[in-house]
Design a protein around this ligand. Structure first.
Ligand SMILES: Cc1cc2nc3c(=O)[nH]c(=O)nc-3n(C[C@H](O)[C@H](O)[C@H](O)COP(=O)(O)OP(=O)(O)OC[C@H]3O[C@@H](n4cnc5c(N)ncnc54)[C@H](O)[C@@H]3O)c2cc1C
Length: 667
């Protein structure tokens, strides 16, 4: 069994990373060309890591299941990326970003990692600007910022509502340069299905070519997992349909510990679920909360009349609207962190104030922003006698410039014009703070196996602040892993090429084939999706925004039973050696069915509420989360056992020497 050693360096927090970098072993440039690295996943984390490691001289092989790295889920990121640049002169600093992130995560993240993230954040923006990423600029040509939840400064860099796409194009161009140099071999439409361990070290992977079905062995001196989050364990989420836990779960089964699986982020501003046949949810970026105001009617009868189509939101007078976030959290208002905003919306809807047919929606209203911007513009152009309609048109122009693509997306999906009537939004599963446990060097408990980006658990504690995922993925990929992996690889320079015909590789390949063949030859009758949907219902109902002991105990049993049923009765048409989407799904869902049980177990064991983990038994009279620092100030780190109910819990104690641990307040 691996020993949990977070390898946090000694010394003052502001010097840890600099000192660590200067002391770790580096690989001599001449030796790097003898070292091979496999990177599974080419989203922002994996793509940036691949480009940087290849630039350093290592031989890199990348794998992704899309037909191009450009299509990784990172492309969906809308709102922006944080960095402590203090361009607005509003008092931002490395310490403040560190403080906001630890507080936002409800004091459940590792202090040293978060400080390093804040330090590195500024470099990311410089790197991306150098690559040509078209960040928004103000009238004078300087980089612009906007605000995200849980902070009182403006530190979010953005490219309209397409920040992830633009950053990914930057990383992809950098990757392409290395592909052209022959330093990266890119395997697209390939899915990693197992990790190969030789003499206790990660030495390769087994991957399936998703077009031909061919299963092949790939060897390397180190393996990096950068496969994103597992929000799709809930079936419905804002994640791309393909997002999965397979790589993280496979390495977990081979010895990598899994941390805080139950820490999930429910995002407050998503387009509400419309019916039972839906398979995807769409995010409306948090950046909209810069200008949008969230409300429900003050009177239940008004809410009911809106639900029944007898009243329109515009019929409700200002006095009859409850801007519940501004009422409950006057200092942060609509910009409270996501967990807080989500719970407040759920509370209003549970009380009967929901505004769509299902009763599960609140309004996100841009009317006052449109009028405010319109008046500002009218003043600038000197047309102070403009009519309300003219002012509105000017204001709509400003909103269109800032969020045009998001408004268009909303209109296409909801068939309502958000410039004229408020958007309807409701919380939905969005991001997973939990993930593969890594030490300060981003190495898992398997020597030579690293994990970066959303796939690891590292920096966000029990709740991630908006615009911090892109920051973390790129910090890991561009600036942290390229140093820390060298420390490990410096011990491998004399090892030579890793052969892929050893018994470990052959056995791993056989086991992948057998597993997939079992799905195909299983003469069941039920579709993979039917199981995924059922799992999602259990997860959302019993492990979702609010959890309690009884529900979590039931969830574990129900998931176990569902998993058994799945393996007996699932039907997977087609064959192994050709393109087979149902087979891919079956393999992913079977991993979700195992992870789901550990998720519920983790949530049950954590008898406190913190961040996105809300245990109904542990709440204040006002419905706020109540932490138990005495007993639960630790990262829950799970060791795999074939009977998941017997998974072994290790605790990484969280020590805060540079921040006062308090009850979170956004009032
Ligand atoms: C709608 C939406 C909007 C968001 N907006 C923001 C935002 O504005 N700001 C912000 O900071 N964060 C945002 N986030 C979160 C952020 O986008 C993600 O956390 C981040 O992009 C994850 O990057 P990643 O590189 O870790 O993983 P991903 O981008 O998910 O990439 C995963 C990679 O792994 C590959 N992969 C997965 N499994 C396998 C396998 N078994 N074999 C081979 N390859 C595999 C995939 O092909 C892909 O290349 C948003 C998230 C969503 C859902």
């Amino acid at each position: 069994m691996a020993i949990l050693n977070s390898k946090i360096p000694e010394g003052p927090i502001s010097e840890k990373w600099t000192n660590h970098k200067s002391k770790i072993n580096l690989v001599n440039p001449a030796n790097k060309r003898h070292l091979d690295i496999i990177i599974v996943g080419t989203g922002l984390a994996g793509g940036s890591a691949a480009a940087s490691l290849a630039e350093l001289g290592y031989n890199v092989k990348t794998f992704c299941y899309q037909d191009s790295p450009r299509r990784a889920h990172s492309i969906a990121a809308q709102g922006g990326i944080n960095a402590a640049k203090n361009y607005q002169g509003d008092g931002d600093s490395i310490y403040r970003l560190f403080y906001d992130t630890v507080k936002g995560g409800d004091y459940r993240s590792r202090e040293a990692n978060v400080y390093r993230l804040a330090e590195v954040s500024a470099n990311i923006i410089d790197q991306c600007v150098a690559q040509g990423v078209p960040f928004a600029r103000d009238y004078g040509g300087l980089l612009d910022n906007r605000s995200f939840g849980g902070v009182q400064v403006s530190r979010t860099f953005y490219a309209k509502g397409q920040t992830g796409q633009q950053l990914l194009l930057g990383a992809y161009s950098a990757m392409n340069r290395q592909i052209h140099r022959g330093k990266i071999r890119s395997f697209t439409r390939h899915e990693m299905l197992d990790l190969v361990i030789v003499d206790g070290k990660a030495r390769g992977i087994i991957a399936r070519n998703m077009v031909t079905g061919e299963i092949a062995r790939h060897s390397a001196h180190a393996v990096v997992i950068a496969t994103g989050g597992y929000g799709n364990v809930f079936f419905l989420s804002t994640n791309a349909m393909g997002c999965n836990v397979t790589a993280g779960w496979k390495i977990h089964k081979k010895g990598a510990f899994f941390a805080n699986p139950c820490f999930t982020q429910i995002h407050p501003t998503c387009i509400p679920v419309s019916g039972d046949n839906q398979s995807k949810l769409t995010l409306m970026s948090e950046s909209l909360r810069n200008d949008g105001r969230i409300w429900v009617p003050k009177k239940k009868e008004d809410a009911k009349a809106i639900r029944e189509g007898q009243l329109k939101p515009t019929d409700i007078s200002e006095a009859d609207r409850d801007y519940f976030l501004e009422r409950r959290y006057p200092s942060f208002g609509n910009l409270v962190p996501r967990d807080v905003a989500s719970r407040a919306a759920k509370e209003r809807c549970d009380e009967g104030y929901g505004v769509n047919i299902t009763g599960e929606a609140v309004f996100l209203d841009f009317d006052s922003a449109i009028m405010r911007y319109g008046k500002e513009k009218a003043n600038i152009s000197g047309s102070t006698n403009s009519s309300d309609n003219e002012i509105r048109a000017l204001g709509e122009g400003v909103i269109e410039q800032k969020y045009g693509n998001l408004f268009q997306m909303y209109e296409k999906i909801a068939d309502e014009n958000p410039y004229k009537t408020p958007m309807k939004i409701y919380p939905a599963v969005h991001y997973t703070m939990g993930g593969v446990w890594v030490d300060y060097n981003l190495m898992t408990t398997i020597p030579g196996c690293y994990c970066i980006g959303e796939a690891n658990f590292s920096d966000h504690g029990a709740n991630r602040l908006g615009a911090s995922a892109l920051m973390q993925g790129l910090a890991d990929g561009y600036f942290i892993l390229p140093y820390t992996i060298g420390d490990y690889l410096s011990g491998d320079i004399l090892v030579g090429k890793i052969p892929n015909d050893t018994r470990e590789f052959i056995a791993a390949e056989e086991s992948v084939k057998n597993r997939l063949e079992q799905f195909i030859s299983n003469n069941g009758s039920k579709s993979v999706d039917s199981y995924h949907k059922k799992l999602g219902k259990i997860m959302w109902g019993k492990c979702g925004m609010a959890r309690n002991k009884k529900g979590l105990e039931e969830a574990q049993k129900e998931i176990r039973a569902l998993r058994e049923d799945f393996h007996k009765n699932v039907k997977v048409p087609g064959d192994l050696y050709s393109k087979n989407g149902e087979l891919e799904k079956a393999s992913r869902v079977s991993d979700f069915l195992e992870l789901g049980e550990l998720f519920a177990k983790d949530a049950l064991e954590r008898e406190e509420s913190c961040g996105g983990h809300f245990r109904e038994e542990y709440q204040s009279e006002e419905g706020e989360a109540v932490r138990d620092d005495k007993n639960f100030s630790f990262t829950a780190v799970w060791e795999y056992k074939p009977d998941i109910s017997k998974s072994k819990l290790h605790k990484e104690k969280l020590v805060y020497g540079n921040i006062e641990v308090k009850t979170r307040s956004y009032k």
